[in-house]
Design a protein around this ligand. Structure first.
Ligand code: URA
Length: 257
């Protein structure tokens, strides 16, 4: 069909639809549903045999996740298990699986919330503005996701490996499905401590939320010490909260040394 819009506008509109989760063109030509409404719907033949009854077995998505995560004995196998997991609808709207970044032998593991637009495009966690701030925050206490020595290294992942549409908060069912994978991820990396970056990781790891109250208080998550901290995206919006984040970073550093 001839379009009145120029190529660039068409491209931007398509790109926007992909971001909203559209991944399929239904038909080449539009269907005028108003014209169809006047037509009599086809009646089923009187003699048609009754359709066979198909018994549907409910799939327990959390159980499937648990079985898949249990079988993974390496990080590569865990990544493959996540990539094969078909029960989380977020996967269908995402461009990439965002698994992790950094050094798998790091003493500190950062657990974030979910990929945003840039992370979804690149397939790496924390690469947008919030990620750049996160890198600067950890650099200030001598930790770096690119460091080669485990002493100075950082390992970064998220509760959700797929971007939720419009960056909405994940549903409790989506967190529940990802929990077995996160638990296994922690076991395989085996960090000395975990930073719970924001509310979603606190919900996943502590079963609590209210990050402004939880931040700075050491707790236990996934069987090891965990420090809740305010998310760098929050710090970008509320720069006055950086002072408390700095205190939390110093507390982390003190525990490492
Ligand atoms: N926010 C997160 O929690 N994780 C990311 O990877 C990016 C932004």
């Amino acid at each position: 069909m001839e379009s009145a819009l120029d190529w660039h506008t068409n491209f931007a509109l398509l790109d926007w639809q992909v971001d909203l989760g559209v991944d399929e063109a239904i038909a080449d030509a539009p269907v005028d549903r108003f014209a169809l409404a006047d037509k009599e719907p086809a009646k089923p033949a009187a003699t048609a045999a009754a359709p066979p009854v198909i018994e549907r077995k409910e799939i327990d998505a959390v159980e499937v996740a648990r079985a898949a995560a249990t079988q993974a004995t390496t990080l590569d196998a865990l990544r493959a298990a996540l990539s094969d997991y078909e029960h989380c609808a977020l996967k269908r709207g995402a461009r990439n699986l965002v698994f992790a970044d950094g050094h798998a032998g790091a003493r500190v593991m950062v657990l974030g919330e979910a990929p945003g637009r840039e992370e979804d495009r690149e397939g790496r966690p924390f690469v947008g503005r919030a990620g750049q701030l996160l890198d600067r925050m950890f650099a200030a206490i001598g930790l770096d996701r690119q460091a080669e020595s485990p002493e100075e290294a950082l390992y970064i992942t998220n509760v959700l490996p797929w971007r939720p549409p419009q960056n909405r908060d994940p549903e409790p069912e989506e967190i529940a499905m990802m929990l077995p994978f996160v638990q296994k991820h922690v076991e395989l990396v085996n960090p000395q401590m975990i930073v719970l970056m924001g509310n979603i990781p606190c919900r996943a790891g502590l079963g609590k939320q209210g990050i402004l109250k939880l931040r700075g208080q050491w707790a236990e998550a996934f069987g090891r010490p965990a420090l809740p901290m305010t998310h760098p995206a929050y710090l970008l919006r509320q720069p006055h909260a950086k002072r408390e984040a700095w205190a939390d970073l110093l507390s982390l550093k003190a525990r490492l040394t």
